[in-house]
Write a protein that binds this ligand. Structure first.
Ligand code: EPZ
Length: 416
């Protein structure tokens, strides 16, 4: 099992290229199941989760060719309408094959994703929505069996805002008979990126970017060419890193218009940012100021940035309060940060952070994707050496993070 060894105290200086967004790439790759044409994708991030979804898609018979960040899919020879447990258990987003397989082939058998570290994360809304579209769904032996000769458009309102739930139902609705209205839809930029791709494939979708999507089903979708949007979570992770260590970095290949709330919080922390068309220059001198926030669905403060901002708060010049409203167990990085000398108390879904003058390196353990990123940030700000164990979590969602950080002056090496 790989570990990362980090020696803290180094300022960050230089350029970092941001990769494509994991949470846009995963649903977009599954959209390859919706057409017999070619889907030519670029800016696909090189991540373990992308490898996993491509393995799963290839098992259905989807033709996959990959050349670095370019991936071409062709769905003209799909033979298996199943997503097996051994793959789904390693990545919950595999549930995103359910909608497309059902919509195009009238049948799908997908393993129920297990829970995960940050919460139970059920998929009841995915199932409820597909049933509203006419699917006959039974759950047995840990699998979701869905059947429907032809999905029929319907008005669906999910009980809560769900990102992959919206994506699954949106993909299914593109090939359903008639009109589907998705209310309470997720508005994350990654959902919008998927919707834009589907329109490029011939889908008819109104209300993109809003919480009400209106889809007119079409008989079939054709191939398309699409560049995955850049990853706002990766970009914010590196901005938190320089906020914690001090320095002057330039992020390339990033958007600047879809994480305003996080950017405002970074300015409150004291980060000075200069925006270019596809770049952000971030300069940080002095000690971070504390920021409080509560995570909510887009366009509010993203839950996927909560742990990274907490890492900065641990060394800020005051106290802060962080409330997590999306997942019930997304504070597992707290104990690990306290091992580095942080002073964080949790009370239900709120963490109270008291900024300390310095963190001191120690062995810690990654527990989930964004928690592992937050430990890298804390370790880079700490004095001395930190060993971060179980960094397979990190590799799921970050494209060679230690390589990108070493290139801007961090002392961080991967040890096998
Ligand atoms: C997506 O997960 C992201 N993953 C997550 O990113 C992200 O944290 C999350 O959205 C919230 O923004 C991908 O896009 C691949 P949800 P998802 O359905 O779709 C409850 C990362 O770090 N819920 O929006 O699984 C659920 O339990 C990952 O990149 C139901 O109860 O999240 C949660 O409390 C982590 N029933 C809340 O809704 C359902 O049927 C939001 O979940 C669906 C969801």
């Amino acid at each position: 099992m790989d570990k990362l060894q980090v020696v803290g105290g180094k300022r960050l200086e230089g350029e970092i290229v941001i990769s494509g967004a994991k949470n846009a790439a995963l649903p977009i790759l599954c959209a390859g199941l919706l057409t017999s044409g070619d889907l030519e994708l670029s800016n696909v991030p090189r991540l373990h989760d992308v490898k996993t979804i491509l393995k799963l898609l290839a098992q259905t018979g989807l033709k996959v060719t990959q050349d670095d960040e370019k991936v071409t899919l062709n769905g003209s020879a799909i033979t298996t309408l199943e997503a097996p447990y051994e793959l789904v258990k390693t990545m919950r987003a595999s549930i995103l094959v359910l909608g497309p397989l059902l919509a195009r082939f009238g049948e799908a058998k997908v393993s129920l994703p297990g829970g995960c570290a940050i919460g139970s994360r059920p998929v009841d809304q995915h199932i409820k929505g597909l049933q509203a579209l006419g699917a006959d769904i039974t759950i047995e032996g840990g699998y979701i069996h869905a059947k429907c000769k032809k999905l029929k458009g319907a008005r669906i309102r999910t009980d809560m805002i769900t990102v992959t739930g919206t994506e699954n139902l949106l993909m299914a609705a593109t090939l359903a008979d008639g009109e589907t209205v998705l209310e309470n839809a997720a508005r994350e930029p990654e959902v919008t990126d998927l919707a834009n791709l589907l329109v490029a494939m011939g889908a008819r979708i109104e209300g993109i970017g809003t919480d009400r999507l209106v889809i007119q089903g079409v008989a079939e979708l054709h191939g398309a060419r699409h560049a995955v949007i850049s990853d706002r979570i990766e970009a914010a992770t590196f901005l938190c890193a320089v906020a914690a260590t001090g320095g002057d970095i330039l992020l390339r290949n990033t958007r600047t218009d879809y994480f305003d709330v996080a950017l405002d919080k970074l300015r409150e922390i004291g980060l000075v940012m200069t925006m270019g068309p596809e770049s952000i220059r971030a300069q940080m001198g002095g000690r971070p100021k504390p920021v409080s926030f509560r995570t909510t669905e887009y366009p509010g403060f993203p839950t996927d940035m909560q742990a990274q901002f907490m890492a900065v708060d641990t060394i800020a010049s005051g106290s802060s309060r962080i409330t997590e409203t999306i997942f019930e167990n997304r504070f597992m990085h707290v104990q690990e940060m306290n091992r580095l000398g942080a002073s964080i108390q949790t009370e239900g879904n709120t963490a109270h952070v008291k900024g300390v003058d310095r963190l001191v390196g120690a062995p810690v353990m990654a527990t989930d994707l964004r928690a592992s990123a937050s430990l890298v940030i804390a370790a880079m700000a700490a004095q001395g050496t930190t060993i971060i164990d179980r960094i397979y979590h990190l590799d799921r969602g970050y494209d060679r993070m230690e390589v990108k950080l070493s290139a801007v002056g961090a002392d961080i090496v991967r040890i096998k």
